[in-house]
Design a protein around this ligand. Structure first.
Ligand code: PFF
Length: 450
């Protein structure tokens, strides 16, 4: 990087990098399985509505604060604060966001490591190395640590190269590959017997279920996690966008890419589940509930792939490769949150910051693996269920109540001089002020008392 702060060289570079952050295990695994166990099309419908009416405005809050302050979340929230107590609050919220991003990466690295292991396992079976292949898919400390470290090493290597050289270049390479692989897999799966049953479940909504408060809350949480909101990731990416870019437009493009990939992944996973069912794999319990929601990808899909004969091995390699790519473009955005803070606040060089923080997170992942039963689920629910909605609320409050309306307008005008006449400016300022904080608080309240 030529200067202390990097910048994305083009609109496409930013959209690819931010969409790469948004698209991850959340979209390709979490969203389709949530849809499968929460009414299929009903979940899809509510998810789509909430993604555009709630998650998109919240994403805009982070992007605008980030570009306005040209800083990481800790400094940005302080810079826009009018007085000492608000500044102190902003600093604390930013630091919590940084810790949450690191904690998310600590479990994400473990799951992503499994993706790599499953991908290599399929390769090993092609080569006839059956015992190696079996070891790679069996749960064990050594396997888990090795592949977590491999994944973290890849993340560290990309991030240590800086914004343009690292994030943008890799996202630009990986995202198109990801979309292409997904489309090919969808086309393939849709030709198989049983797939049409899955399609029906995914596309024909039961409107009764769409009105269930539990489904609405789950879909809302899913859309926030999916767009990487509430940890400062998108705020950092916003700070890397140059002033000539039209923020509502680029934010909209990121949202569209993110939602499209989640919906596309649904077209793969739901039909694939029913293909597996058609082939005799048990997916649902006696009450119609999904048997292994969390581990579906590691049990049902490999079973499905093996029933496809030789083609199945290829499909398996492609699928787990795809999951690894998706996880990598998300993990680099998570690591950038604490790294950007260390570079800007403590004058640490990018390389030192990346190695120290990446190393510390990998060490914590090892601690999680050593205490898997107690820590793994705890860290996931602490970060995704409690911290993200609460911090998303804080970002919306800062954009809606603390950053002055004139400053918002000034920031938005930079990339779009006619913004005042548009629909975005007529709706978004009061929407982010009132609707978003209220609904995010409702998600948070639901996590505690629901
Ligand atoms: N949006 C990512 C996914 O869908 O997998 C998860 C994520 C990435 C959450 C980055 C938070 C974050 F900062």
């Amino acid at each position: 990087m030529a200067s202390a702060r990097g910048e994305f060289s083009s609109r496409l570079g930013f959209v690819l990098a931010a969409a790469g952050s948004a698209v991850g295990l959340g979209n390709i695994w979490n969203f389709p399985t949530q849809a499968a166990s929460n009414g299929g099309a009903a979940f899809l419908l509510v998810y789509l509505v909430l993604a555009f009416t709630l998650a998109y405005p919240a994403l805009m809050a982070e992007l605008i604060i980030g570009r306005h302050a040209h800083a990481n979340a800790v400094q940005a929230l302080q810079r826009i604060s009018p007085n000492a107590p608000v500044r102190m609050f902003g600093r604390t919220a930013g630091l919590i966001g940084l810790a949450v991003a690191s904690l998310i990466l600590s479990f994400y690295g473990i799951v992503a490591g499994w993706m790599i292991a499953f991908c290599i396992s399929s390769f090993a079976s092609v080569l006839g190395l059956e015992s190696v292949s079996a070891w790679l898919v069996s749960f064990g400390f050594a396997r888990n640590v090795i592949f977590m470290l491999l994944f973290m090493g890849l993340t560290i290597a990309i991030i240590s190269r800086g914004v343009q050289d690292g994030i943008e270049r890799w996202s630009a390479r990986l995202m198109p590959m990801l979309i292409l692989t997904l489309v090919l897999l969808v086309i393939y799966v849709l030709t198989l017997d049983g797939a049409s049953e899955g399609l029906k479940v995914y596309l024909l909504p039961d409107f009764h279920r769409a009105l269930s408060p539990d489904l609405i809350l789950r879909a809302m949480g899913s859309s926030f996690f999916s767009l990487s909101l509430g940890v400062g990731t998108m705020l950092i990416y916003g700070s890397y966008i140059d002033d000539s870019q039209n923020l509502p437009l680029v934010g909209g493009m990121v949202t569209l890419v993110d939602i499209s990939i989640a919906v596309l992944a649904g077209f793969l996973v739901l039909p694939a589940m029913y293909v597996a069912l058609h082939n005799g794999v048990e997916i649902f319990g006696p009450g119609g509930e999904l048997l292994s929601e969390d581990t579906l990808v590691f049990s049902v899909l490999p079973e499905l792939f093996t029933t496809m004969g030789p083609t199945g091995v290829l499909v398996s390699i492609l699928f787990f490769f795809l999951m690894t790519i998706a996880a990598l473009t998300s993990s680099i955005s998570m690591l950038e949150v604490p790294v950007a803070y260390c570079i800007e606040e403590h004058n640490v060089s990018r390389k030192t910051g990346v190695y120290a923080i990446g190393g510390a997170i990998a060490a914590f992942s090892t601690v999680i693996l050593l205490n898997f039963d107690t820590l793994f689920g705890f860290v996931i629910s602490l970060t995704t269920r409690y911290s993200e909605p609460l911090l998303g609320f804080v970002f919306c409050v800062y954009a809606g109540w603390i950053l002055h309306r004139d400053k918002l307008l000034q920031e938005l005008r930079k990339g779009n001089p006619g913004i005042e006449q548009g629909l975005f400016w007529k709706i978004w300022p009061w929407w982010v002020r009132v609707v978003c904080p209220t609904v995010i608080l409702a998600i948070f309240a639901q996590s505690i008392w629901g």
